[in-house]
Ligand binder design. Structure first.
Ligand code: CP
Length: 309
């Protein structure tokens, strides 16, 4: 067994082999999503609870679809429909749900570290579906699967991540994963949003001038400005940000013809990404979403198989 952990909390703690094992498994499970009957009995009798205390379209839906395609029973709680609105703490909510004997919790929370705290408490497996600005491991796994499908290898590949790195759990998980797999990662954006200290990670470089580095990139990962996490003003104006760091077809004239354009979603169209780039021929944004289901099937599978008969 290559993945023997109880939980999936972050890419930082995973080995290269564990990451590759999940990507290989996701590749082999993808075919189920193309069948006319998209269901296999692998996780029959397993119970998955989604606890999303922050909004989500892609992650929540694809975890739910993934679990159902593996025949698990799924249940969902969001903050507005739980007893949290009556004053119950998150830990008390989890203790009560734990008493109903679930197998897996999928947790998204605005506070970094909440899934880790719950994982220490519960016997069930915990999957981090995004915690504050810390990590979003399954997003990075689906990004890495998409890159691997297009580029074949990570060795020497140049991945440029542009935008609000400071607040981005997607960036953090991708930085850990891509650097472990052998890619060179450059982080670019305004100095207020791109911490220079991240250069202490192997294979990671920080630059502030987009046009200096764009021509060298094989993959361009564009991030959303996380204004909901910005407690102070990090930018003189959105217009200035867009002029300097927004990705347009004009700027892409200097890029490699086979540059892959990615975005985890949701997109602020016209701010970090021009609509004709988001919908253009080099964009793989919807392929990322498709791969999200297979990656989440793989993650649910490796955790559930720990106690399959
Ligand atoms: N990429 C991502 O996490 O999207 P959602 O917030 O819609 O889940």
């Amino acid at each position: 067994m290559i993945y023997a952990r109880k939980d999936i909390l972050g890419i930082e703690e995973l080995t290269k082999e564990e990451i590759e094992h999940i990507l290989d498994l996701a590749s082999s499970l993808k075919e189920i999503n193309e069948r006319s009957i998209k269901k296999v009995p692998t996780l029959r009798g397993k119970t998955v609870i989604h606890l999303f205390y922050e909004p989500s379209t892609r992650t929540k839906m694809s975890f739910d679809i993934a679990a159902k395609r593996l025949s698990a029973d799924t249940y969902s709680i969001s903050v507005s429909t739980s007893s949290v609105v009556k004053g119950e703490t998150f830990l008390d909510t989890v203790k009560n749900l734990e008493a109903m004997k679930p197998d897996i919790f999928v947790i998204r929370h605005s506070v970094s570290g909440v899934p880790h705290r719950i994982a220490r408490y519960t016997k069930a497996s915990v999957i981090n579906a995004g915690d504050g600005s810390h990590e979003h491991p399954t997003q990075a796994l689906l990004d890495m699967l998409t890159i691997r499908e297009h580029k074949g290898t990570f060795d020497g590949l140049h991945v440029l991540i542009v935008g609000d790195i400071l607040h981005s759990r997607v960036a953090r998980s991708n930085i850990w994963g891509l650097s472990k797999l052998g890619a060179h990662v450059t982080l670019c954006g305004p100095p207020t949003l791109v911490p220079k200290e991240l250069e202490s990670i192997a294979n990671v470089k920080v630059l502030y001038n987009l046009m200096e580095i764009l021509p060298d990139a094989d993959v361009l990962m564009v991030l959303r400005l996380q204004r909901e996490r910005q407690k102070q003003s990090f930018l003189p104006s959105l217009r200035e940000y867009s002029v300097l760091y927004g990705i347009t077809n004009e700027k892409l004239k200097k890029a490699k013809p086979d540059l892959l354009i990615m975005h985890p979603g949701p997109i602020n169209r016209g701010i970090e990404l021009a609509p004709d780039v988001a919908d253009g021929p080099r964009s793989v944004i919807l392929e990322q979403v498709t791969n999200g289901v297979a990656v989440r099937m793989a993650v649910l599978y490796v955790l559930a198989q720990r106690n399959l008969p």
